[in-house]
Structures are given as structure tokens and as C-alpha cells.
Design a protein around this ligand. Structure first.
Ligand code: ADP
Ligand code: ZN
Ligand code: ZN
Length: 735
């Protein structure tokens, strides 16, 4: 309770509070509350704003001058704060660090339904008497309904909704409507390890794994950032599982952050099987109701393990004891638009605040993390060898100059594919371009199908019979003839659909699965495809980067990288780092069990120094070379960066806005600050808007931070109509 008591306009004593409200204004709003009302930071309030009402969060008590007209809040939404101090502090830090409005940042910590004021009950499901009877009579037809009912039958005390990530809401609603399952409010769960049911057998840790586990155990009650640098298949996940078990035994919660696409039911099953509990699984596809259930369960401590994609870092843990960030180099941990936070970095902040360890795992650590290790900010753990006797695959460049190619595959690669298939192995081909062909071209006049809204060509999706832009969502029918000269059109370039067709024709009978975003648009499709691969029904696998993320295919003996050249010559300064990470990760899919693996890299530049260094000396060496280069040129992570983006419907206005910003910053010369631009973005027009960017580089964070704060303050008064602009701190995606 604040000490200061004032009087409201009608003479009653009041207290004044700052309230964080969503919206672009980077300020807090002051309201008054009756003095007798017990309130504290983190409670939601409904307040009048403009002509309507908004839900905001009480931030801090404040003083107010008697001359101000200060409106009272309309109502309090909560009896207790929804966000605890540590999360409030985290949101305040993140809003400040990423220069994002506090009210909007706070919203990221709430499930959407709480922004309207939903009920706060944790709900669980159990089978009703009618449900038991129906199961006994075997009268349930729907396969998903029956599965859920069998699950519930096995757990008579009920299953919390947050732990039912594999059962869609629609199925649950249907069963409730039929009276076959019943909902009840959950107040407690049997604590781990009482619920350990059928625990999978843990392999005996090897020496490197045991050393890693020991090192982290020794600091379990202290903040430390551990970089677990382990080659693909070295058993990093085993290390996480051992650590998690220990933390659960101490009665504390665990957060595991993973890249979006790696979060498959197989992966979750491995976790639950070994931990003996159902983790709360959080990803972007969750319904609002499920998101709320998970949030409540985390807050009450009922959810002991949370596995989630980047936004899970804002969950309101009751007693967090450990954070794991798997594939810490993965760019999907950073949000590029709006609130541009990096989940790894926010997680590190939270771990420091809570004084707990955080483990960052990767076979290809980011340059940022390698540098932090070199600077002594992180501690290193290494797993240099594959676990369980598997060996790392051998990587060979394959010179395709002057070679005969069929559907993008050289004779040498085709021969290797055949050999591995006949020897009983599986073959994986990596091509980071979905669709049938990236261009549709007129050979007579040179016309190429373009996107009307972007500086980009449209991709021909032959199976769907559409032309699609991969940047703005534009799509249209495929023209039968060239619109400019009526000649026939032909595809140019290679996409995964075409590769799939070529392989089906060349290797009939071996079964082929394609893993790319198009193939995964339907729910459950990824799992069906992965199941066919795991069962051996599919022996050939074609895919984009989705397949490199965390999937483990023990029988793959050959990996073919169909086109290394597109990545070798990327124009982003992070191109080489990304290429190396992708190559090593894709290569890591080969030879995971008892089969030795081979990786063939098709290229027109077999002597490319980067490629050869990577192959002969490995990722660590290559990455340290890149770090030295970045330091010489003065690019991140040697310097801190922020990207200011602006876009608008006309070509000049966004450029002028950024030029004015650059001028304005230039008037306060700071030797530590370097300004590059404005320049057109690499994709200068997207979705009909012209895009420019300004890159700010600084030797230290305070300098960069000062410049950004000045910009945010300066722009408040001048915002040219129709122009959007944003600040991206530590940008990863420069497109
Ligand atoms: P990573 O996460 O580093 O890719 P995983 O933890 O998935 O590695 O391990 C790769 C494979 O090796 C898995 O099949 C796992 O069960 C197995 N494995 C891990 N550690 C051991 C060990 N100590 N002994 C035997 N097999 C192991
Ligand atoms: Zn033509
Ligand atoms: Zn487009």
C-alpha cells in the first residue's frame, strides 16, 4: 500500500497508480483508486480511456498534482496480482531493452483470454460413468475420441487440460457435450515422482555426458549460463533429461525452449516417457482456452515441466528451477516483427533474476554464444562424440560442373542414392526451396511470372496448380501461355515438389516422403509422414530446413545436399554462419545409429575456401574464423546492432523518415555510434509497401540504447501519415 493519500474530486481519499495500457504510446497512465482498496502491482484493472474502456495492469503507485484531472479506474479485475514481481521486472526489462511499449510488452505475458477478463479455474477432465460404459460397450467410433477416452480411463484421478496437448479442443468439447467426459476444477495434482508410470529406460551416460551433468548439478541453486556444445547425436537431450529429473526431485519447475518446428509429438513423447509426467506443451497453434489453462497451471505450479516455443519464456512460473534452450542458435527463437525479443536472451535474464542455471544446447552454437563463452560470460560443456557408438558422417563436396544432371541430381549423386537404397539404408535430400519450380518462364520472350506486390518471382506449385508468392501470400492461377507473346511457359529452377517427382520416377517402389511447409499445412500431417519414415515405409526423404530441426532418423545413411551454391553466396552478413549451421545440422541426420553416414554436397564451387574449411576443420573452427572476421569489419556480435525499419505505400516517404532520423542522430555525434543507411531493404518492396532500413552499430550497449531512446522520443511528435517504422534490437533477419 502506498503511503500517500490524496482526495478525489468528490473529496474521498484516493491513491494514485500508474497503469500500463496496450497501445503505441510509450508512457504509463495515471488513475486513482479509493484509498481503502488494497491493490498491488500486477493486478489487472479496467480503466476509461478516450471514449471507451481498456484493461491494463497496475504498475506502480505514484504522486499526482491536485491540478490534474485524474480519472478513477472503472473496476479491479483481480483480487491478487496476476503477474509476480519477477515477471513484471522481466517484462519491464524486455520492453526497455527491445524499445517496445511497456503496455504492449506486458500483453505478451498474458494469454489472450485474460486480456478480456476470463475465469481463473484450472480445469481437468475425467471419464464420466456414461463414458466408462461406452468404452466397455465399445460404442465409440471416432478414433481421436476413443484415444482420448482410453487415456482418461488409464488415469482415474483425471488429466489436467494443460497436459492434453495431443487431444484437440474440438474432440474434448464433443465428448463433454455427449456427457462422456466431465470437467472438474483442479486444485492439486499428485506431485512428481508419485506419477511416474512406465518410465523409459535411461541409457548409462558416457563420460562426457556424465561430466556435463555433474558440472551443472554442482551449481543447481546458482545462476550460470552453460553452453552445451555437443555434436549432432551426442546425447544432449539425455543430459537435459538427467538435469530435469534432478530439478523435479527438488520439487521445482523446468522450462524447455525449442524451435517451433521441432516440437513434434514424438519429441514430447520421448520427454514424457522418460520423465514420467505429462509436460505442458506451448506453441503458436494452441487455442486461447488451452493457452489459458497452461498459463494457470504453470502459475499454480501444477505444470511441472513446460516445453514450448519462444513465447513460453514469458510463462508465470511459481518456482522455476532450470531453463533449457535447445538448438539455441535457431533463428525462430527471435521474434522479428512487433515485440522483437530473443527468447534465449530473455531466458538468460530470467535465470539471472531467479538465480538458477540455464543450459543452452546446440551442435552449431550461434556466434553470439561462442563469443560469450570466450569472454567468460558462459561456461562451456562439450560432447565431442556421438553417443552409443555411432560415428559422425563423412562430408564430401561433389563437383557438378559439366556433369549431366537429371532434376538437379548429378549422376554421381544418383549412383550413391541407388547404392544406399540397395544396401537397405534411407536417403535424405535437402533442398531449401519448396514448390515445383521457383520461376515460371517464357523461353520465347523472357517473360517471368512475378508477384505484383513484391520484388520477387512467384513459385510454381504444380500439385496445387497455383502460382504463389512466398513473401506476401499472393497467389493466382497458372497461366497456360505467356501473357506477353502466347508462347508456352516452362519451369526454371528446382523445388522440392519437382525433386519428389523426379525421385519417384527414378526410384519407383522405395517410398518417398516430402517434409516442407506445404506438406505440413494439415494438422497431424507431419506426424503421419514422420511415422512412415520411421517405419521404413518411406526410404527416400526430401525436405527443406524443417527436416533439419531436431528430427532423428536412425536409418539414414546418405544425405545429399542438392544445391549448396544458393547458400554459399547469400548476401546477408550472416549467410556464412547460417550455411554452416544448416550443413552441419543436415549432415547430422546421417548415420545416427549403427550405420556410418555419408554426406554429399553438390556444388559448382568445390574449392570454395569456406566450404572446405568447414568440412576439413569442423564447425567450431569455422565459427571462430567468422567471429574474427566480424570483429575486423565491426559487425555483430563484435558490435551491438539495431535495425530501424520503415515502410510505406510510396517510395520516398519511408526513405525520408529514416534519412531524417539518421541526420538527427548525426547531430549528436558519438564516436561509438555508426550509422549505415538508409538503404532499401534487400527485398525493397513487399506486400505493396516500399521498405527501407537504417542500421545502427555501437561498440557497447549503453551507446546503442541511448541512441534508440532518443529516436523513440524524437519520433513521438513527427509521424508521417501512412508510414510504419520499428526498432529491431539484435536483429537476425535483415531481409
Ligand atoms: P542430441 O540431442 O545431441 O542430438 P540425443 O540425446 O537425441 O542426442 O541422442 C542421440 C541418440 O543417442 C538417441 O537415440 C539416444 O537415445 C542415444 N543416446 C544418448 N546418450 C546415450 C548413451 N549414453 N548411451 C547410449 N545411447 C545414448
Ligand atoms: Zn513470351
Ligand atoms: Zn508477394
Amino acid at each position: 500500500m502506498p503511503e500517500s493519500l490524496f482526495c478525489s474530486p468528490d473529496g474521498a481519499p484516493v491513491q494514485y497508480w500508474q497503469v500500463a495500457l496496450p497501445g503505441p504510446l510509450r508512457q504509463l497512465f495515471t488513475y486513482c483508486i479509493p484509498a481503502g482498496q488494497a491493490v498491488c502491482a500486477g493486478m489487472r484493472v479496467r480503466v476509461p480511456l478516450g471514449r471507451g474502456f481498456r484493461v491494463g495492469v497496475l504498475w506502480a503507485p505514484t504522486q499526482a498534482s491536485a491540478d490534474w484531472v485524474i480519472k478513477p479506474i472503472e473496476s479491479l479485475c483481480d483480487e491478487a496480482p496476476l503477474l509476480e514481481d519477477d515477471l513484471l521486472a522481466c517484462m519491464a526489462w524486455a520492453a526497455d531493452y527491445y524499445h517496445y511499449p511497456l503496455g504492449d510488452a506486458l500483453l505478451a505475458a498474458f494469454p489472450p483470454s485474460l486480456r478480456q477478463g476470463a475465469s481463473l479455474r484450472c480445469v481437468a477432465l475425467r471419464l464420466s460413468a456414461a463414458g466408462h460404459a461406452a468404452l466397455l460397450a465399445d460404442s465409440i467410433r471416432g478414433c481421436r475420441q476413443k484415444n482420448l477416452m482410453l487415456q482418461l480411463a488409464a488415469e482415474p484421478q483425471g488429466v489436467a487440460v494443460h497436459a492434453l496437448s495431443d487431444a484437440p479442443v474440438s474432440v474434448r468439447r464433443r465428448l463433454s457435450a455427449l456427457g462422456l467426459v466431465e470437467e472438474f476444477e483442479l486444485t492439486s495434482l499428485p506431485r512428481w515422482p508419485a506419477i511416474q508410470a512406465a518410465l523409459g529406460v535411461a541409457p548409462q551416460l558416457n563420460a562426457a555426458q556424465a561430466a556435463a551433468v555433474q558440472a551443472v548439478f554442482a551449481t543447481l541453486s546458482k545462476f550460470a549460463v552453460w553452453l552445451l556444445d555437443g555434436v549432432t547425436g551426442s546425447g544432449k537431450t539425455e543430459v537435459y533429461l538427467h538435469l530435469i529429473t534432478e530439478v523435479l526431485a527438488a520439487g521445482r519447475q523446468v522450462l524447455v525452449l525449442v524451435p517451433e518446428i521441432a516440437l513434434t509429438p514424438q519429441w514430447v513423447t520421448r520427454f514424457s516417457g522418460r520423465l514420467g509426467l505429462r509436460p505442458a506443451v506451448l506453441h503458436s497453434g494452441l487455442s486461447d482456452a488451452d493457452r489459458l489453462q497452461a498459463w494457470l497451471a504453470v502459475r499454480s505450479g501444477l505444470a511441472q515441466v513446460v516445453i514450448g516455443t519462444r513465447s513460453a519464456v514469458f510463462q508465470p512460473f511459481a518456482d522455476l528451477g532450470l531453463i533449457v534452450v535447445d538448438e539455441e542458435h535457431d533463428a525462430s527463437l527471435k521474434q522479428n516483427e512487433g515485440f522483437g525479443y530473443h527468447a534465449r536472451d530473455v531466458a538468460i535474464w530470467r535465470a539471472r533474476r531467479l538465480n538458477i542455471p540455464i543450459v543452452l544446447g546446440s551442435a552449431t552454437p550461434s556466434l553470439e554464444s561462442i563469443r560469450n563463452l570466450e569472454l567468460g560470460r558462459y561456461q562451456g560443456l562439450r560432447l565431442p562424440e556421438r553417443a552409443g557408438g555411432a560415428v559422425l558422417p563423412k562430408i564430401y563436396p561433389l563437383d557438378v560442373r559439366t556433369q549431366r544432371m537429371q532434376g538437379g541430381l548429378s549422376d554421381a549423386l544418383l549412383a550413391a542414392i541407388e547404392q544406399h537404397l540397395l544396401a537397405g539404408g534411407q536417403v535424405m535430400l535437402y533442398l531449401n526451396r519448396r514448390g515445383y519450380a521457383p520461376n515460371l518462364l517464357c523461353h520465347a520472350c523472357g517473360w517471368v511470372a512475378e508477384c505484383p506486390h513484391c520484388d520477387s518471382f512467384v513459385t510454381w506449385h504444380r500439385h496445387a496448380q497455383r502460382l504463389r508468392c512466398h513473401h506476401c501470400g499472393h497467389e493466382r492461377a497458372v497461366p497456360t501461355h505467356c501473357p506477353s507473346c502466347s508462347a508456352a511457359l516452362s519451369p526454371r529452377g528446382l523445388g522440392t515438389e519437382q525433386l519428389e517427382d523426379v525421385l519417384t520416377a527414378l526410384f519407383p517402389g522405395f517410398g518417398i516422403e516430402r517434409l516442407d511447409r506445404d506438406a505440413l499445412s494439415r494438422v497431424g500431417e507431419l506426424d503421419r509422414r514422420l511415422a512412415r519414415i520411421h517405419s521404413g515405409a518411406a526410404r527416400l526423404i526430401v525436405g527443406t530446413q524443417i527436416l533439419v530441426k531436431g528430427h532423428d532418423f536412425p536409418n539414414v545413411s546418405l544425405v545429399g545436399i542438392v544445391d549448396a551454391d544458393q547458400a554459399l553466396f547469400a548476401n546477408d552478413f550472416r549467410g556464412a554462419e547460417r550455411f554452416a549451421q544448416q550443413l552441419i545440422q543436415v549432415a547430422g541426420r546421417a548415420g545416427r545409429a549403427d550405420r556410418a553416414g555419408v554426406v554429399l554436397v553438390q556444388t559448382h564451387h568445390p574449392a570454395h575456401p569456406g566450404l572446405n574449411q568447414l568440412i576439413s576443420q569442423g564447425y567450431g573452427h569455422f565459427a571462430r574464423g567468422l567471429l574474427r572476421e566480424r570483429a575486423e569489419i565491426g559487425l555483430p556480435p563484435a558490435r551491438r546492432a539495431a535495425l530501424i525499419r520503415a515502410d510505406g505505400a510510396s517510395i520516398d516517404a519511408p526513405n525520408q523518415l529514416l534519412a531524417a532520423m539518421a541526420d538527427w542522430l548525426g547531430q549528436m555525434p558519438d564516436e561509438q555510434l555508426v550509422i549505415w543507411g538508409p538503404v532499401p531493404a534487400p527485398m525493397a518492396r513487399r506486400a505493396g509497401r516500399y521498405r527501407y532500413q537504417l542500421l545502427l552499430l555501437a561498440n557497447d550497449r549503453p551507446t546503442l540504447h541511448r541512441a534508440l531512446a532518443q529516436l523513440a522520443a524524437w519520433q513521438g511528435s513527427r509521424r508521417p501519415a501512412g508510414i510504419r517504422w520499428s526498432i529491431d534490437v539484435d536483429p537476425l533477419d535483415m531481409a
